[in-house]
Write a protein that binds this ligand. Structure first.
Ligand code: ZN
Length: 178
């Protein structure tokens, strides 16, 4: 197990659409030279250490359609989702969100209240879940990451305006590190 470095905005990998895992990659448990079981364990450890409730593979620099999450208060229900897909959405509400790729920044984002999501687990089994509230919000946030969509892209203008200086600082830090 290892805590992986988290990629921060505006690293280009966060704006790319991630590639789906093939059935063969899921069967063999290997993709992009990574052992998927080990890699997703590391992703969970990274998420818990941050601490956060969700983490998508592009946030650790891997452009594959994988994300992990655990929205329980007890932090005892780790989930690993391969090729997750939103099948249906219901309702709409605003809620506050943060993102591990934007440290200490929070803003209001409008999301569906309920989502039905299909995903494959590490064993290759297909699951369909219907969730509301925090897990539904988290799923939408993480699946957006796999499409290269960030929470600032969906944030209210007021929220985005209020964090413009912080975003500018993140951009400056990114350029300074290159
Ligand atoms: Zn995020």
């Amino acid at each position: 197990m290892a805590v992986l470095p988290i990629v921060l905005y505006p690293d280009p990998v966060l704006m790319q659409s991630a590639r789906a895992l093939t059935p063969e990659e899921i069967r063999s448990g290997t993709a992009n030279g990574l052992n998927l079981k080990q890699f997703t364990q590391d992703m969970l450890e990274t998420m818990y250490a941050a601490p956060g409730i969700g983490l998508a593979a592009p946030q650790v620099g891997v452009s594959l359609r994988i994300h992990v999450m655990d929205t329980t208060a007890e932090k005892n229900q780790p989930m690993v989702l391969l090729n997750p897909k939103i099948l249906a959405k219901k309702g709409s509400e605003k809620g506050e969100e943060g993102c591990l790729s934007f440290p200490k920044l929070f803003g209001m984002v409008r999301r569906a209240v309920q989502v039905t999501v299909e995903y494959t687990d590490l064993a290759g089994d297909l699951h369909k879940i219907e969730t509301t509230a925090l897990p539904a919000r988290c799923l939408q946030h993480e699946i957006d990451h796999l499409d290269g969509v960030l929470f600032i892209d969906k944030m209210s203008i007021t929220s985005k305006f209020s964090m413009r200086k912080d975003l500018e600082e993140l951009r400056r830090n990114f350029l300074a590190k290159k």
